[in-house]
Design a protein around this ligand. Structure first.
Ligand SMILES: CC(C)(COP(=O)(O)OP(=O)(O)OC[C@H]1O[C@@H](n2cnc3c(N)ncnc32)[C@H](O)[C@@H]1OP(=O)(O)O)[C@@H](O)C(=O)NCCC(=O)NCCS
Length: 141
């Protein structure tokens, strides 16, 4: 497959990213302005393009030492099940700037746990529990 991995999303591609995000329940209402802000303040971005079309995205917030939080992993609906999600995660997990980071973290729904286990993610987190303070009711239901 003619797949390209990119580390930036140019401003003129923001509308494509907004469209891609519309297919995921927690990102469906993001505006172009929000997405510009989100890109500006993310430490790492991974974009997958197929024949110049944006088909996958993930981003990372990190201190490059102790922790990296992987966020907003998404593949275009019509391209799912073909290995693009795995290619996206390979690019994140093998990112050279994350090589020395102690912990990679993410939050996912239970049905995706087998997917993330492939890269060594575990839900065995000792006595730790995720706690959240949010204005978004979707994230507490
Ligand atoms: C999760 C996602 C990125 C995976 O992308 P993808 O391109 O379909 O992934 P791949 O083709 O590399 O393969 C994924 C594997 O995980 C499985 N998988 C993918 N999505 C799944 C889901 N929602 N539930 C259960 N299993 C899933 C597939 O069955 C496949 O397994 P297989 O290789 O044994 O057949 C994609 O389904 C997506 O964008 N989902 C909506 C957004 C989302 O939920 N993102 C995750 C945020 S934590």
């Amino acid at each position: 497959m003619d797949l390209t991995i990119e580390s930036v999303i140019a401003p003129d591609r923001v509308p494509d990213l907004v469209e891609l995000m519309r297919t995921a329940w927690w990102m469906a209402d993001r505006t172009p302005d929000d997405v510009v802000q989100l890109l500006e303040h993310s430490d790492l971005v991974v974009a997958l393009t197929h024949h110049e079309r944006l088909v996958g995205f993930a981003r990372v917030l990190t201190d490059y030492t102790y922790v990296a939080l992987i966020l907003d992993v998404i593949v275009d609906e019509s391209h799912r099940g073909a290995g693009l999600g795995a290619a996206l995660m390979d690019a994140v997990v093998d990112h050279p700037r994350l090589a020395d980071v102690r912990s990679l973290e993410l939050v996912c729904q239970p049905d995706l746990m087998p997917f993330y286990r492939r890269w060594g993610f575990t839900d065995q987190v000792g006595r730790s529990r995720l706690m959240r303070r949010t204005t978004d009711p979707r994230l507490t239901n």
